[in-house]
Ligand binder design. Structure first.
Ligand SMILES: [Zn+2]
Length: 183
């Protein structure tokens, strides 16, 4: 079981993986605004974050829809229509545009989105989810085999079994060792 956010999977999976298994149920790694800020900082290479207040409950609500849609899509079953609607709406609210400028020598182009910090973030998360959900690779998304671990990942190597070899992989090796030496 991993208690640190798993970073580096497709963004939609990283987001889904912020709800983790915990003793007696699950734990939310985006439980506070500070936790969300830390996660956004870890994702800064692929998320364009503006300053301003971000509504945590809206992020969590979109995360629930994305998680459901990922689970359905990887199983090849139909997601609830409201999940797809929520992901579509989040993108439509704040569509990206290329803002052109002049730097003295050539025209520059910067991706901008109109809207609040929350809407801008939701749009980017929804866009990442849309890309993954419609990709045939969604069928390859796997759940970690670590005991009690629920992390989802897209294996680059077909034999990958763990979210992290250092935590879940190691735990499984230790468990196998004790199993063998029990008698
Ligand atoms: Zn794991």
């Amino acid at each position: 079981m991993t208690t640190e956010p798993l970073i580096g999977e497709p963004l939609a999976l990283d987001l889904a993986n912020t709800v983790i298994s915990a003793p007696g149920g699950e734990a939310d790694l985006l439980a506070t605004e500070d936790a969300l800020r830390a996660w956004l900082t870890a994702q800064r290479d692929r998320l364009d974050i503006t300053g301003g207040q971000i509504d945590l409950s809206e992020v969590r609500a979109l995360r629930a829809h994305i998680t459901h849609a990922v689970e359905a899509a990887r199983a090849g079953t139909s997601p609830h229509p409201e999940a797809l609607r929520a992901i579509n709406d989040a993108q439509r609210t704040t569509p990206a545009y290329q803002e052109l400028g002049w730097n003295g020598r050539s025209i520059t182009s910067t991706t901008r989105r109109p809207g609040t910090a929350t809407a801008t973030l939701l749009a980017q998360l929804a866009e990442a989810a849309a890309t993954l959900l419609a990709d045939p690779a969604i069928g390859l998304v796997r759940r970690c085999e670590g005991p009690g671990c629920r992390m989802l990942f897209l294996p680059a190597h077909p034999r990958r079994r763990w979210c992290s070899p250092a935590t879940c992989g190691n735990r499984a090796r230790v468990a196998r060792y004790y199993q063998r030496h029990k008698q």
